[in-house]
Design a protein around this ligand. Structure first.
Ligand code: SDX
Length: 427
């Protein structure tokens, strides 16, 4: 049997042999299908890209039916358990786990690039005291591009690498500065004696303690959370990073666009919506009433459902376990009981079972963040810190992919045909 698809156009009776590779056909092979030679040729229509591969990638593999997630072939469960976030960053970007020497060099490079230009502080001062921290984060990442004009040289590997180090190192600083601004607290500068996650927690929580040390359990929890959020193949924000990056704009501007996509309540903004939902439900006994609202299409069960996972999101399983470790230190989040009851009902209710709606990465993460006293609106920023590594790995892979071109989809035009302008006095 040949690896081809035979397509017969019943309008003409003509048949076409389309080659199949990796279980897909190339959309451009449909363009030859025409009724008359002067036609543009056939396209494929796929709103929301539910069945369209936009690229070939070697970074992250997801099996949605089986609930499998692997970074460069390594199961997420093993990486969450045994790797540090910066090890995972190197794995995602370079394709291999680093040697000890490579890792120590990378950690050193990231550590010494955590500062941002002092002008960034006055930039952030321009925001109202109650500005949403994700708006501040997106804006300040975009503003960073103005400090590194050389970053436009996106086709140079050394230049790309320098910007990736800067972004990985600086996003926690920008995130922490946005947090401190919203809390009316002075900025805490990065420290070189702490780990990546430890330094982030110090910049967030240190109130005038010269030798502040983050709690090791919380420090490790954040390293795992950053790892779990690091990449997820061609999700909305990563596709945005690739599309914006395909115009060869600098990575700061592309990453700001990706963070803006992540901000949406259907994507990385869902983690904050879960907490608002749990607070709206208010108590365990009100859960059945809320489930009824969801089934009547009056509300979404935030933190549930996924375009790819039609099984339990493996990250949600790990975060649920991590929550109990964090609650040992912070005390149990009182909303946990509501979340567990929602999950219990949803996993047995036909409405959710039929639609294969399971908890996703955003369902439990917010409970941890709230228990650690982060404001709800800060949660998408926490997601963005981890995902920065995935956005950059995918951005680099896109630029190295010879098959990639500037992203420019087509459309099905259903508008007006040609017509002449009518002067105002005649309308
Ligand atoms: C992330 O893509 C990624 O990988 C994203 C992410 C990553 O790491 O980058 O995993 C991170 O964004 C996780 C998703 C966080 N979002 C939420 O938790 C918001 C709530 N979820 C839904 O909005 C929804 O499930 C989506 C957006 C996540 C997925 O939407 P799809 O794939 O377009 O699915 P759909 O809307 O076609 O849903 C299929 C059916 C529909 O019902 P029918 O019209 O078929 O009767 O399921 C229903 C939907 O109405 N449905 C839900 C639901 N999610 C889907 N009904 C109630 N509550 C929900 N949460």
């Amino acid at each position: 049997m040949a690896d081809t698809l035979t397509v017969t156009d019943n309008r003409t009776g003509k048949s076409y042999e389309l080659p199949i590779s990796h279980g897909t056909v190339n959309a451009m092979d449909f363009r030859q299908i025409k009724v008359t030679d002067d036609e543009f040729g056939m396209m494929v229509y796929d709103p929301g890209y539910k069945n369209t591969a936009s690229c070939k990638s070697r970074i992250t593999f997801i099996d949605g039916e089986k609930g499998i997630l692997r970074y460069r072939g390594y199961p997420i469960e093993q990486l969450a358990e045994r790797a540090t976030f910066l090890e995972v960053a190197q794995l995602l970007i370079n394709g291999e786990l680093p040697t000890r020497e490579q890792h120590e060099k990378f950690v050193e490079e990231v550590t010494v690039h955590t500062f941002v230009h002092e002008n960034m502080k006055s930039f952030l001062e321009g925001f109202r005291y109650d500005a949403n921290p994700m708006s501040m984060f997106i804006s300040s990442v975009a503003a960073l591009s103005s400090f590194y004009p050389e970053a436009k040289d996106v086709l140079d590997e050394e230049c790309r690498r320098a910007q990736m180090i800067r972004l990985i190192a600086k996003v926690p600083t920008l995130a922490a500065f946005a947090y401190r601004h919203s809390q009316g607290l002075p900025y805490v500068y990065p420290r070189n004696d702490l780990s990546y996650s430890g330094n982030f927690l110090a910049m967030i929580f240190n109130i005038n303690q010269p030798n502040y040390q983050p709690h090791p359990t919380l420090e490790r929890a954040f390293d795992v959370l950053f790892t779990l959020h690091a990449d997820h193949e061609q999700n909305c924000s990563t596709s945005t990073m690739r599309a914006v990056g395909s115009s060869q704009v600098d990575p700061y501007s592309a990453l700001a666009a990706a963070a803006a996509a992540l901000y949406g309540p259907l994507h990385g903004g869902a983690n904050r919506m879960v907490l608002y939902m749990l607070e709206e439900i208010g108590s365990k006994d009100k859960v059945p009433e809320f489930i009824k609202k969801v089934k009547n299409r009056e509300a979404l069960l935030m933190g549930f459902g996924h375009r790819v996972y039609k099984n339990y999101d493996p990250r949600a399983r790990i975060i649920k376990k991590l929550a109990h470790e964090v609650f040992e230190i912070t005390g149990v989040n009182p909303l946990l009981d509501i979340a567990l009851e929602l999950e219990r009902i949803a996993l047995e209710d036909e409405f959710f079972v039929k639609r294969k709606l399971y908890p996703n990465v955003d369902f439990y993460s917010g409970l941890i963040y709230q228990a650690m006293k982060f404001p709800i609106d800060f949660y998408p920023v926490l997601f963005a810190i981890g995902r920065t590594v995935g956005w950059l790995a995918q951005w680099r892979e896109m630029l190295l992919d010879k098959e990639q071109k500037i992203a420019r989809p087509r459309q099905i035009y259903l508008g007006e045909g040609a017509r002449d302008y009518v002067p105002l006095e005649e309308r």
